[in-house]
Design a protein around this ligand. Structure first.
Ligand code: FCB
Length: 482
């Protein structure tokens, strides 16, 4: 570790409250592999990944990190890392292969073992119930475009709650419904590869309904843990002060952020600017009973933050977080680059100060309705070799993480711009390099390098940096007067 890194460790550790959670996050489909093993059924992502041209370099998720067979090794990596909590996702098609009806004992046993191993290692489990792997039979019937998926989802959540509810400390219903709708149903760059543009909006409502029904199902199942959701939030800025840029930025903010958070936290959908109303027609008339179901009290709110988004008038494909598609050229706006910021391997702007600004924005929008908050994902990919021997000097990742955690802590500290936000913890995306959806294995986000030929895991410098942070904080606590 460089002198500078050691300084950032000490400075950050000194600002972490005694109960602040440090964690790492992952998702089943990105790490497990063994897609046809242990009684798992296929998911919409399995089918999408098989379509030629859908995944960069034709990479296959079939093995990924082989985490399904290497769980003890991965839990040991986390134990040695010293984290408090691990956010992972339960694979719905591993637990309930058809998405309805019978449950798969082997799948349930797999997560039972994972949870028990985590607890034995002193790591608290945070389980996400849906991180994008819809069982294929449900996807074939329309997936989230079909309202009944919400009911099926709640049934599966109830079963997971009954089985794991005595040991899971935090439950996350959905991960980033916005990514599912935008990338999956509107633009077609993710599974299921549909290009419905604004006609994809029913998938928003059905996911939100699934969330609300799941919260109720978990509580009815008597889970001991806290219940929340993980939403991606990207602060949206207009490319210029021009009226149309500002108007379209408002529309984009609504599509990106508010259409998810408002119904969940406030119990109603945001109103689009008058001229944009026709675009939102496919949402249809929403029943009050649905809004009541969606608007459930939450124990925490999960915030995934990667970068801000800039919106400019006119169709175009000059910049997109996850790739481009012809469908984008049929829109009246596009996302534009931030020349003032450096970028990650994905080309995403590195803008840590926007995390503080975002926390302020959330409190301004939701006030008392904003529950205590975890940053449930934060991290970056940078180009790294596929095969390594010896240490991996990922200084850019260390400074990315230090800056983001630093801005979040500064913003929420007394006197900070978001001092009234209760920040409970921070989860790095991600423990180890993995299958980054449509980008295949081309984007390495891990604290641990994975060689996808040998499956060897090699901790990067950022792993040792996070470990030092966790240790420095613990030492601080031990000597702290009570
Ligand atoms: C988030 C996803 C996560 C991963 C990171 C890089 O949007 O939740 O699975 O792909 O981006």
């Amino acid at each position: 570790m460089t002198v500078q890194d050691a300084v950032s460790v000490q400075a950050l550790a000194a600002r972490l409250g005694p109960h602040f959670t440090l964690g790492v996050a992952s998702a089943a489909f990105q790490i497990e592999g063994s897609l046809a093993a242990g009684g798992r059924g296929p998911s919409g992502w399995d089918a999408f990944a098989e379509k030629p041209g859908s995944i960069m370099h034709g990479h296959s998720p079939a093995i990924a990190c082989d985490h399904y067979n290497r769980t003890p090794e991965d839990v040991e990596l986390m134990r040695a890392l010293g984290i408090d909590s691990y956010r992972f996702s339960l694979s719905w098609p591993r637990i309930q292969p058809d998405g309805t009806g019978a449950f798969n004992g082997e799948g349930l046993d797999f997560y039972d073992r994972l949870i028990d191993q985590l607890l034995a290692a002193g790591i608290s489990p945070m389980a996400t119930l849906y991180h994008w792997d819809t069982p294929l039979p449900l996807e074939r019937r329309g997936g989230w475009m079909n309202r009944t998926t919400a009911e099926r989802f709640a049934e599966y959540c109830a079963a997971a709650g009954r089985r794991f509810g005595d040991r899971v400390a935090q439950w996350v219903t959905l991960n980033e419904p916005v990514s599912v709708t935008l990338n999956g149903y509107a633009l077609g760059v993710h599974a299921p590869g549909r290009t419905l543009l604004f006609d994809a909006l029913p998938s928003v409502h059905h996911q939100l309904l699934g969330h609300g029904l799941a919260v109720q199902a978990l509580r009815a199942a008597g889970v001991k843990g806290a219940v929340g959701v993980a939403n991606l939030h990207s602060p949206v800025r207009p490319a210029t002060r021009k009226f149309t840029d500002r108007l379209l930025a408002r529309v984009f903010d609504l599509m990106m952020n508010r259409i998810y958070a408002d119904p969940i936290l406030l119990g109603h959908y945001p109103k689009p600017p008058l001229v944009a109303r026709p675009w939102f027609r496919s949402l249809g008339k929403i029943a009050d009973a649905d809004l009541r179901n969606i608007h459930q009290p939450l124990d925490f709110y999960g915030l995934n933050y990667y970068c801000p988004v800039k919106v400019a008038t006119g169709p175009g494909t000059d910049h997109s977080p996850v790739g481009t598609t012809d469908a984008m050229s049929r829109l009246h706006f596009h996302t534009a680059a931030f020349p003032e910021y450096g970028t990650t391997g994905f080309g995403w702007p590195v803008a840590p100060e926007h995390l503080g600004i975002l926390l302020r924005e959330l409190k301004d929008r939701y006030g008392e309705a904003l529950p205590p908050l975890y940053i449930t994902e934060s991290g970056a990919s940078f180009p790294e070799p596929d095969h390594v021997s010896g240490p991996i000097a990922d200084a850019e990742r260390i400074s990315y993480l230090a800056a983001h955690l630093g801005h979040a802590l500064a913003a929420t500290a007394p006197g900070g711009i978001a001092a009234d936000v209760e920040l409970l913890g921070y989860y790095v995306w991600t423990l180890m390099d993995n299958f980054e959806w449509a980008a295949g294995y081309s984007q390495r986000f891990g604290l641990v390098h994975v060689d996808f030929k040998t499956l060897e895991r090699t901790p990067k410098d950022s792993y040792y940096w996070y470990q030092a942070l966790s240790r420095a904080r613990r030492r601080g606590q031990a000597t702290e007067p009570r």
